[in-house]
Structures are given as C-alpha cells and as structure tokens.
Write a protein that binds this ligand. Structure first.
Ligand code: CO
Length: 496
C-alpha cells in the first residue's frame, strides 16, 4: 500500500515548532460544511468503514469577542464517514441553550468556567454563577443515541445521520437539566458471562464530594446506579474500570470559590494544587458488594487514564500524570502560552495492591503525552498497546505533534511525527474486523497543517506507525484543536 511521508526529518535537538504555527488553528470555524473529501494523498483502506465523530470547541470568539480559553468554546461535532475507499466530511455546532441564545443575541451572554468574562466588567460578571453548558468535550454513541458531553452538565442528544441537535438527554428521567455527567464514559466490552455496558459517572464537588456511578445496558437504559460520598473537594475528569471496580483518582487540589463568585476568575482558575498532599485512589466496587477502599500515592495530577485491569491481588492502571495541576494564568493570553514552563504529562503504571493497601508507580513514558487510546475490546482487560498524542521532542512540554505507540511494560515502541508544521490531537484507534492483536487496526487523527492553514484527517497503520500515513485527507478549512472522539461502524447518511 502506498504511504505518504509527512514532513522532512528533524534533528531532535532543534525546536520542532514555531508558536505562531501552533496558534494558527486557534480561531473559530463559523461555517458548517457537508462535502466529499476529494483532495487525498495516499489511499483510504477500502475495509475502513464507519464514522469518526470528534468533539471540540468550534468558536474561539463570540461575534469578535475572544473567549479566555478554548475549553470555554461552543462544542462543534465533526463527522468523517468512511465508505469503500471514500470519505465524507460534516460539521455541526451543538445547539445548546447557550449557543442558541448567543447566536440570537449576536453577542456574548455568558461567563466561562475557564475564565471567559462577558462584556460589562466586574459588575456584569460578579455573582453571575450560571454555567454555560458548551457540550464540547466528547461524543459517544450508545443505545442508539449520539450524545455530546460536557462534565458539569447534562448531555445533548444529536441525530447521528445529520448531527442535528435533538435536545437535552435525561436517560429516561435519571438525569435532570444541569445534572453533571462525566465526559469520559467507558464501554465495558463484557465477556461470555457479562453483557457489554456503558459505565460512567458524575461528580458533584463540595466540601464533601459525591461520586455517582451509572451503568447502562445495550438498550441505553440505566441498570445500575450508586452514589458515594468522599471527603474533600474533587476534580475528577476521567476514571478507569475493570470487571469489578471503578477507579477514581482524587487529585490533591482545593477550590477557593471567592474569586469566581466575585467575577474575578473562572471556576477552573480557582483550583490550587497541594504538592505535599497525596493523590487518593478510590476503588468503588461496581456491584456494591464490598466496601469502598482508598489508597494513597505520590502527589500528582491526572486528567486521563489509559486502562485498568485485575491481576491477582492487584489492580493495575496506566495513567497520564502531571507533577502539578497544569493551571491557567488568568492574566496570560492562552495563545502566548510558554510550553517550556509547563509540567510535561507522562505515562505511569500504578500497581494497586488490595491486600497490602499500597500503591506503587513506575514511569512508562517520559516524553510528554496525552489522550491515551486503546483497543476497545481491551477495556478493563490486560492491554499490550496504548496510542497517545505526544510532543515531538523527547523532554519537556510542547504542543502535540506526534503519535506514539506504547507497550506499557516496555515503554515507547513506535513514533510518528507531523512536525514541524503539523499539530494533532487524540489518536482514535479503529480495530480491523476480527483483529486479535491490540494494534491491529488504524489510528485516525486530525492534524492541523500550519503550512496550508487547513486540517488533515490522517490514517496511520496501528501495526506500524513508522511507515508513515497511509492517507492524508485534506479538508477545505482548518478545525480548531479538539478534545475527544469515537468511531462507530455505521456510516452516516449523505448525498451521493
Ligand atoms: Co478528557
């Protein structure tokens, strides 16, 4: 099969990017498109069939007024449908209450959790504690429902064929308007004795934090629900599951609401990391048959986990850790970020011993990396392969320009880079049908190409990243850097 070389080789000691190139994708995509992708280098595998959904902020300004951080941007869904060697692109904004109100008003009406201030100064922002649900973090398809997720509020349901917003999703009344609902559901593939389930959670933070766990059957009905109260404030973005446990990492952070209430800071800017306090790991039995356990480990901050599994007396979990909370300086424009001053995100393996109640951790990947993704059949089971978005340079923090393949027992195994002009996001792994190996499939990622100010959909071979892109599909426009996505085997409807 033909392969596509991305860019020239780079000496690893040179700065592999220019900040102004990275900045190029940080502007709004206002238009909504529908088209067949015609400008393609390489060939789309004819046995890659289905739809890649990807969520992320689509607007970086509201009618010319810049938002303070991309995480405050209105969610925009991209859908790339692959069918017999061809691919179709579609993008639609999630018609949230906030998006619709602002588009109708023609101006910014809301503060943002990540520091966006609406016009009118302190008087307008103080004591305005309404949350704007931007529905921008993840998109999943389960029980015949396509859901756009944002962890501090309810999901929005979309039509998978058109991406039209259908409204607020309550899961048959289990959730209410503004109920928190995590943006990181896990699909437990099940086995001969257990049906597949979607397992997810919700965090209600406070002086005592409530973790609610939900399990949905294949019809999308909530069949298990339990609440747990843990001491202290908790900022928990993701979790991990095994057949018997849910694992939650409680980062050692506190929250001072005063600057938020007074309109001086976004809520997420009021989080403080405590470098001398342990990170707590809560182990919640999925069937509630045993007591909840808590272990402690070295202080670290975790957004994302790759996977967890059970082995003898141990639970093993692979997680991306920062030395400290990679916070946001309110007085700094995010476009001027100095990556060199930020803590790198590194992959660690934790051994959690249920008998001795101890946690031990080992560094797996030193290179700064994020957005771990594994074969969907391995969730909760032992895995031999993790794909991550990573920095081109081996040390320090930097924008993500590379994809790495990691064997969690042996470290980084393969590396593919889009540097110096390419900047990318989450690698979504799509297994070949009947695949038996953890890497037997394709890795799909969106790469912003600063040389052409446009975004490519890049297809890599999971078994061999180093042979380069199998295909680069040039879109007609850029897409702002996104967050999470998923792949379904069904294709969408579109005009032939
Ligand atoms: Co996430």
């Amino acid at each position: 099969m033909q392969t596509v070389s991305y860019q020239q080789n780079l000496a690893s000691q040179t700065q592999p990017y220019k900040l102004e190139d990275w900045q190029g994708a940080n502007c709004s995509l206002n238009q909504e498109f529908d088209y067949w992708i015609e400008d393609i280098e390489g060939e789309i595998p004819t046995n890659l069939n289905g739809t890649l959904f990807r969520n992320g902020p689509g607007l970086l300004d509201i009618f010319g007024r810049e938002i303070h951080h991309p995480f405050d941007g209105d969610g925009m869904i991209c859908a790339v449908s692959f069918s017999n060697g061809r691919a179709h692109f579609r993008n639609r904004f999630v018609r949230t209450e906030g998006y619709c109100a602002e588009q109708k008003a023609g101006r910014m009406l809301y503060r943002g959790v990540f520091g966006t201030e609406k016009p009118g100064g302190l008087l307008a922002n103080a004591f305005d504690l309404r949350k704007k649900n931007v529905a921008n973090t993840n998109i999943i398809y389960w029980g015949d429902k396509l859901l756009a997720l944002w962890e501090a509020s309810h999901p929005y349901r979309l039509d998978p064929d058109t991406l039209e917003t259908l409204g607020i999703e309550t899961l048959d009344g289990v959730l209410h308007k503004d109920s928190p609902f995590a943006a990181h559901p896990m699909i437990d593939p099940g086995d001969e004795n257990r049906e597949p389930r979607l397992v997810t959670f919700a965090i209600k933070p406070g002086l005592i934090t409530t973790i609610a766990v939900y399990e949905l059957n294949q019809a999308g009905k909530v069949v298990q629900q339990h609440d747990h109260r843990i001491p202290g404030f908790a900022f928990i973005h993701d979790f991990a599951i095994t057949p018997n446990y849910c694992l939650f990492f409680q980062n050692p952070v506190s929250f001072n609401p005063l600057p938020y209430v007074l309109g001086l800071r976004g809520a997420a800017e009021c989080i403080r990391f405590h470098k001398r306090s342990p990170t707590k790991i809560w182990l919640i039995p999925r069937d509630c048959s045993q007591k909840v356990q808590v272990l402690e480990t070295d202080p670290c901050f975790v957004f994302h986990h790759a996977n967890a599994f059970e082995q003898g007396d141990e639970l093993i979990v692979d997680s991306v850790c920062y030395e400290t909370f990679p916070g946001i300086d309110h007085n700094l424009n995010y476009q001027e970020i100095d990556f060199d001053t930020r803590p790198p995100a590194q992959l660690w393996r934790f051994h959690l011993n249920l008998r001795t109640k101890t946690a031990q951790r080992n560094l797996v990947v030193e290179r700064s990396c994020e957005f771990p993704f594994i074969h969907p059949n391995r969730i909760g089971q032992p895995h031999r392969c993790i794909f991550l978005a990573a920095a081109h340079q081996p040390q320090g923090d930097a924008p993500q320009q590379a994809i790495i393949k990691v064997d969690p027992e042996f470290g980084e195994q393969q590396f593919w880079s889009a540097a110096p002009k390419g900047f990318l996001g989450e690698p979504v792994f799509v297994p070949r049908s009947n695949s038996t190996q953890d890497d037997d499939g394709w890795v799909l990622t969106l790469v912003y190409d600063a040389a052409h100010n446009r975004t490519d959909v890049v297809i890599l071979d999971g078994t061999c990243l180093e042979k380069g892109a199998i295909a680069r599909l040039h879109l007609k426009h850029h897409i702002p850097y996104g967050l999470h996505g998923s792949f379904i085997k069904e294709k969408m409807k579109y005009e032939e």
